[in-house]
Structure formats: structure tokens, C-alpha cells
Design a protein around this ligand. Structure first.
Ligand code: NAD
Ligand code: TDX
Length: 332
């Protein structure tokens, strides 16, 4: 049994990880989360109070971070500003949280010699052509496109430097696009699902030929736990489930699963600098650590996710109107 400090545990993937850890291990968990617009305390409702504790605080605040790191056996760092579109409107909080926040955690981990796992994204590698037979591997050079992905890339490089220069016990993972319960309605899949549930239409950026490599958040969680338990210190592992789809295909599948005509969506303004394609080769994680995803079938996982949003309107409703107003202001 170990005590895990999970930063950003009230966000989408962090909350899925906390549920996964409490269900599948005997570890205890402390969540440190600032509860920004993206954090939702309700995503952690009903967890066993003997094994779970919530602390509201900022990862950039060294005084708040230090005692929590000192008390932990391992830190799993999810907290971030995570939305590309927001980073185009105002990069400032991305610089603070993704870079200064990670630096603050690394210094505490160094002081207290605590095991650290760093959560990152495939976006640090930039994008691929649609017909490129290659996918991202651990050896792909960094080439981020947006303020979001460049700050994530910077945070990864800080971790690597702290491993080499200070010998901290860290691992890193770069995962592809997640879907599943508790994802904010600003993101692609929940936005379209809740638009349709509201009687509206999905909004496709540009022609929608951009490809994302989808993985269920629960599979991301099992991969992170595997790396935390058996990963080699200093190593990076790519996490993916062979789920490449273009955005138009995903919208058409959502419309079909919800019983709507598959052409019932709107084309809206494209994203500036919009990455064309992400694709992950997760061979290293699968062969070295024996991990495999449980959600092999994207459409079945998507259908379950749609059911979750249908059943949890009280969770997403408070954010919906303000999120759509922000998009409408920029023609999206
Ligand atoms: P999210 O936006 O849903 O959640 C982020 C959480 O971090 C929120 O609860 C927020 O309150 C918290 N937070 C933000 N700033 C903070 C600060 N300064 N101090 C403390 N807490 C703070 O994000 P997500 O989609 O769950 O992503 C989580 C992590 O996974 C991020 O590091 C992201 O880069 C990475 N990632 C995401 C995806 C994806 O598809 N969403 C894919 C690969 C990697
Ligand atoms: O309304 C929309 N219409 C649309 O066509 C929205 C919100 C998005 N899109 C497109 C843009 C992308 O090509 O859908 C795709 C997915 O968009 P997002 O959900 O914003 O995800 P993405 O930009 O790919 O980044 C996500 O995956 C990698 C996460 O938000 C990041 O945190 C993660 O690092």
C-alpha cells in the first residue's frame, strides 16, 4: 500500500485515475487541485474517506506543495491548463501552471526524494501528414505547435533535466486523445454529445479531416498505474490504443448513435495552427511492461460515454452555456 499525491485530480483524466486507483489497488490518495474552471469537486463524490482526501491548492504555491509531497510515497502529476483553444486566446495561465507548477513539484520531489510520474501528451511531437506510415515513438523529436503543447513540452524537458542533473526518480508518459466520463464540455466529444442532447448541432472545425488517436480514460489510468509500478526510472512511455479517426467520422458516429441524420452538423471556423494528425506507437509500453487497453472498440466506448452524459446532466449543465458563449464569440 502506498500514499499517492495526485495533482489535478478534480479534472477529467485525474478524476478517472483516482476512481481507477481506489477500485483496483489498496493505495490511498490525496488530491491537490486548484479547482479552476476545469476542476469539478463533484467528479470525486462518494469516494471512501478512509482512503481519499481532497486539498484545494495551487501547484505553483511551494508552501502548499511541500508538506503534501513530503507525506507522499509517489506524486502523479496531472494538473495542467489543458485546452488548446484557450491557450490561443490567453497563454498566460498555461505558462504558470504547466511550467512553474511542474518546476515547483520537481523541487519538492527533489528535496524529499519522492517517486514522481509526469503526465504528458502526444502533442509535444507536433503533427503528422495524413498518409505518413510512421506514428510517434519515444524517439520522435519534439516539435510542438500551440502555446498549450509547447508548455507541456517544456514541462517534459524540465523533468528529464531533473532526472539527469539531480537524480530524481521520475518516469514520463505521453498519451493520445482521451475520451470518457467527467470530460469538460469545452472538449470535442463532450461538446458534440451535449449539443445533440440539447437539441442543437455538432460543430466541426474546418473540413474535419484532422485525425486524433482516441483512447478511453480508464485505459490511460491502467497504463499510468503500470508505469508507476514497473516503469524504468528516467524512461518515457507512449500510451495509445490504436484509435485513429478523423473528426468528421467521430461526429457522424455520435449523430448515428444518438439517432440523428449523420449530416446534421455545422462547419465552423478552423483552429489557428490546427494540428493535422496525431498517432501513437505504444509498442514499448506493451512489450516492456505488458500493458494492453481494455476498451478495444472505440464505438462501444463512445456509446457508453454518450450514456454517461445523458445520465449526468446535472454534472455538465452548469458549464454548458458559458462554454458555448465563448465559442460563439470566435465563430466556433
Ligand atoms: P482538465 O483540464 O480536465 O483538468 C485539469 C485539472 O488541473 C483541473 O481539475 C484543474 O482544476 C487542475 N489545475 C489547473 N491548474 C492548476 C494549478 N495551478 N494547481 C492545481 N490544480 C490545477 O485536464 P485533463 O484533460 O484531465 O488533462 C490532465 C493531464 O493530462 C494534463 O497534464 C494534460 O496535458 C494531460 N493529457 C490530456 C489528454 C486529453 O486528451 N485530455 C491527453 C494526453 C495528456
Ligand atoms: O467543437 C470542436 N470542434 C472540432 O472540430 C472542438 C472543441 C474541437 N474540434 C476538433 C479540434 C481537434 O482536431 O476536434 C479535435 C479534438 O479537439 P480537442 O478536444 O480540443 O482536443 P485536442 O486539441 O486534440 O487536444 C486534446 O488531446 C491532447 C486535449 O485537449 C489535450 O489536453 C491533450 O493533450
Amino acid at each position: 500500500m502506498a500514499e499517492l499525491l495526485v495533482t489535478g485530480g478534480a479534472g477529467f483524466i485525474g478524476s478517472n485515475f483516482v476512481h481507477h486507483v481506489l477500485a483496483h489497488t489498496d493505495h490511498t490518495v490525496t488530491v491537490l487541485d486548484k479547482l479552476t474552471y476545469a476542476g469539478n469537486r463533484a467528479s470525486l463524490d462518494g469516494l471512501d474517506p478512509d482512503r481519499f482526501r481532497f486539498v484545494q491548492g495551487d501547484i505553483c504555491d511551494a508552501d502548499a506543495v511541500d508538506p503534501l509531497v513530503a507525506a507522499a510515497d509517489a506524486v502523479v502529476h496531472y494538473a495542467a491548463e489543458s485546452h488548446n483553444d484557450n491557450s490561443l486566446n490567453d497563454p498566460t495561465p498555461f505558462l504558470h501552471t504547466n511550467l512553474i507548477g511542474t518546476f515547483t513539484l520537481l523541487e519538492a520531489v527533489r528535496r524529499h526524494r519522492v517517486r514522481y510520474h509526469h503526465i504528458s501528451t502526444d502533442e509535444v511531437y507536433g503533427d503528422l501528414e495524413l498518409d505518413d506510415p510512421q506514428r510517434f515513438t519515444e524517439a520522435t523529436p519534439y516539435n510542438p505547435s500551440s502555446p498549450y503543447s509547447s508548455t507541456k513540452a517544456g514541462s517534459d524537458l524540465l523533468v528529464r533535466a531533473w532526472v539527469r542533473s539531480f537524480g530524481i526518480e521520475a518516469t514520463l508518459s505521453n498519451c493520445s486523445n482521451n475520451y470518457g466520463p467527467y470530460q469538460h464540455v469545452e472538449k470535442f466529444i463532450p461538446r458534440q454529445v451535449t449539443n445533440v442532447l440539447d437539441g442543437g448541432r455538432p460543430k466541426l472545425y474546418g473540413q474535419g479531416l484532422n485525425v486524433r488517436d482516441w483512447i478511453h480514460a480508464d485505459d490511460h489510468s491502467s497504463a499510468v498505474l503500470t508505469i508507476l509500478e514497473r516503469g524504468r526510472i528516467g524512461e518515457t512511455y507512449l500510451i495509445g490504443a490504436d484509435g485513429e479517426r478523423n473528426n468528421r467520422q467521430v461526429i457522424e458516429t455520435i449523430l448515428r448513435l444518438l439517432g440523428r441524420p449523420v449530416d446534421g452538423y455545422d462547419h465552423v471556423n478552423d483552429r489557428a495552427g490546427h494540428d493535422l494528425r496525431y498517432a501513437i506507437d505504444s509498442t514499448k509500453l506493451r512489450t516492456e511492461l505488458g500493458w494492453a487497453p481494455a476498451f478495444g472498440d472505440f464505438e462501444a466506448g463512445l456509446a457508453r460515454t454518450i450514456d454517461w452524459y445523458r445520465d449526468h446532466e446535472s454534472w455538465w449543465r452548469p458549464q454548458k452555456q458559458a462554454t458555448e458563449a465563448k465559442y460563439a464569440a470566435v465563430g466556433q
